[in-house]
Design a protein around this ligand. Sequence first.
Ligand SMILES: O=P(O)(O)OC[C@H]1O[C@H](OP(=O)(O)OP(=O)(O)O)[C@H](O)[C@@H]1O
Ligand SMILES: O=c1cc[nH]c(=O)[nH]1
Ligand SMILES: [Mg+2]
Length: 209
Amino acid sequence: MGLHVIQHPLVQHKLGLMRAEHISTKSFRELANELGNLLTYEATQDLALEVETITSWSGDSIDVARLKGKKITAVPILRAGIGMLDGMLRLIPSAKVSVVGLYRDEETLEPVSYFEKFAGRLDERIALVLDPMLATGGSMVATLDLLKKHGCSQIKILVLVAAPEGVKKVLDAHPDAEIYTASLDDCLNEQGYILPGLGDAGDKIFGTR
Ligand SMILES: O=P(O)(O)OC[C@H]1O[C@H](OP(=O)(O)OP(=O)(O)O)[C@H](O)[C@@H]1O
Ligand SMILES: O=c1cc[nH]c(=O)[nH]1
Ligand SMILES: [Mg+2]
């Protein structure tokens, strides 16, 4: 149950567009947000509902559905996770945003932490973690460690592309996490980039190539 590869045709089509060699910053950014939106839709299918009785337009008393229970915090991992945030917030506009700043050391591939600012009462929230790339998994495991240290117990991970190595590392360290991705790719290259992958997602979203 831990890994969900979303086969929806719109998801697969948009991810295919993102893999093109000469994609523009504008297109990459738009597609990252569109996929952030679609992955959010998939990852929230099991949110709990409750019944509320309201007075309808006709004056009748009717039962309607309302989201119940834990509220949501979006957790973009800087920088690249910001590229999926608008897409998520379009579906869940009232979500609080918790930001984690991490970069991957180019030599060691280990995550280096440089920022964290969490929404209040993480124990009462479902965290939806956003990052386009799950490569070695080091950045994601560090993020989940931080979220749990701050009391968060329900975590869903939304990534555009996942490498098998990263999926294993995350689920070994956090078997309770759920990963939603548009693709389980083949492998990592010697520099720790996902193949076929997307290249450096942060650089492509921010235009810093
Ligand atoms: O699974 P890992 O091996 O940890 O690699 C994945 C991380 O690497 C990228 O971030 P990067 O370090 O390039 O930072 P950036 O978003 O600022 O570009 C990516 O956005 C992930 O956060
Ligand atoms: O393929 C990868 C791996 C890490 N970070 C990226 O942006 N791309
Ligand atoms: Mg980067």
